[in-house]
Design a binder for this molecule. Structure first.
Ligand SMILES: NC(=O)c1ccc[n+]([C@@H]2O[C@H](COP(=O)([O-])OP(=O)(O)OC[C@H]3O[C@@H](n4cnc5c(N)ncnc54)[C@H](OP(=O)(O)O)[C@@H]3O)[C@@H](O)[C@H]2O)c1
Length: 372
């Protein structure tokens, strides 16, 4: 396999290092904006050099962002090249365009590192789907948020301090919004639901609430009630009905999720025959993530393409009811409040779509679902 590598940052460099030690694949050209030289690959800023090189059969995209990643990947598919990418935003956003195109052109498309980094989550879904229906996917999919919540819970840091520490350790970006506002987890949930259920989830039907409004007061309330807060995604299917949402969720201290430390991920599926199974590991980092990119290249060599057939558009229903912790209520919250934890309310069961719609009009509030 001859690889054209787009991007030479955290992931791209890792892919280069791992493939350099292999006989079955080599990176022959690299797109990089910096002036570097590599012993056995040509470095260029010109994507056309990869596009028009017939000896390159596979493009590995590790640039991130939507543009020009989308234009480059699309052009590479059109040119008959296989795609391996770690870019969840790209795949979730352009799913309805890129996946059918790859199938039409007969090229492989894989993106295992896009969800779970070093955890082979999407490959596991592909394997599991061969024998059974999957009724639920979800879990802790963002190491930055888990690091912040864990530091607040175990070390007593406030949100700002925990975020600063995550940035100092390289877990959080200078602009952490994609992580802490839940967008990264949202992309990963949409992609996981698409693969697990064989559908294309309507993005607008999937509500998301992140952790940026959480306070030390909230953490104290959770501790006093034996609960631990995690940012969690959940997607389900049953009899043609779907749910999908991302929100802070409170788990009893004995739950598996409550025990996930620092920047680790814990992603779970529920299968028809297997029941619940969880994968646990590093959701990010140079070599864990690059490892799964290279796994995908090996899968392409073995003749594999995408994980599931491209399915039709579906919307999440989200009428399922859960109890919520709410800080910053109003008359409607008062009308559904079952008990008070300090100044915060704990509601009777309310529909997920209803409380997320309320949150849109009350952006200063913080909500967390109480896990069933
Ligand atoms: N890091 C992780 O642990 C991890 C885990 C799972 C998935 N991912 C995904 O993997 C992708 C890459 O992440 P990363 O952490 O490796 O990012 P990164 O360190 O910022 O690397 C991206 C590289 O691509 C380069 N680049 C951006 N636009 C370019 C362009 N138009 N032409 C040429 N080069 C360009 C960047 O150059 P400049 O710096 O000069 O802009 C940078 O060197 C993202 O989609 C991310 O979500 C990352």
């Amino acid at each position: 396999m001859n690889i054209g590598l787009l991007g030479f940052g955290v992931v791209g460099r890792g892919v280069y290092d791992i493939t350099a030690a292999r006989d079955d694949m080599q990176v022959t050209k690299v797109i990089c904006l910096e002036d570097i030289t590599l012993p056995d690959a040509e470095v260029t800023r010109d994507f056309n050099k990869i596009l028009t090189d017939d000896s390159i059969d596979t493009v590995v995209e590790a640039m991130g962002g939507l543009h020009p990643a989308y234009e480059f990947v699309r052009a590479a598919i059109e040119a008959g090249k296989n795609i391996v990418t770690s870019n969840k935003a790209l795949v979730a956003t352009f799913y309805d365009d890129l996946l059918p195109l790859a199938a039409e052109k007969g090229v492989a498309f894989r993106c295992t590192a896009a969800v779970g980094g070093g955890i082979g989550w999407l490959s596991e879904l592909e394997r599991v789907r061969r024998v059974q229906e999957i009724s639920m996917v979800g879990g802790i999919m963002n190491g930055t948020c888990n690091y912040i919540l864990d530091s607040m819970t175990r070390l007593g840091l406030d949100y700002g301090e925990a975020l600063k520490q995550a940035q100092a350790l390289g877990y959080a970006e200078a602009n952490p919004s994609t992580d802490v506002d839940g967008i990264d987890t949202w992309h990963k949930l949409i992609l996981s639901s698409n693969v697990a259920f064989g559908v294309s989830m309507e993005h607008e039907s999937v509500p998301v609430c992140g952790i940026s409004r959480i306070s030390a007061e909230d953490i104290a309330n959770f501790k006093a009630n034996g609960l631990t807060c995690k940012l969690v995604s959940r997607g389900t299917q049953a009899e043609g009905k779907y749910t999908a949402y991302v929100q802070p969720t409170l788990f009893p201290q004995g739950a598996l999720e409550a025990a996930v430390p620092t920047n680790f991920n814990l992603i779970t599926l529920d299968g028809e025959y297997s029941g619940r199974q969880s994968l646990y590991g590093q959701g990010a980092g140079r070599y864990p993530t690059a490892y799964n990119v290279v796994e995908d290249c090996v899968s392409v060599l073995a003749g594999k393409s995408f994980y599931s057939p491209y399915g039709g558009k579906v919307s999440a229903d989200n009428s399922v009811k859960l109890r919520y912790y709410v800080r910053g209520g109003d008359a409607w919250i008062d009308s559904v409040t079952a008990e008070k934890w300090g100044t915060a309310s704990v509601t009777e069961p309310v529909a997920v779509n209803e409380i997320h719609a309320w949150l849109k009009n009350n952006p200063e509030a913080f909500i967390a679902a109480i896990a069933e």
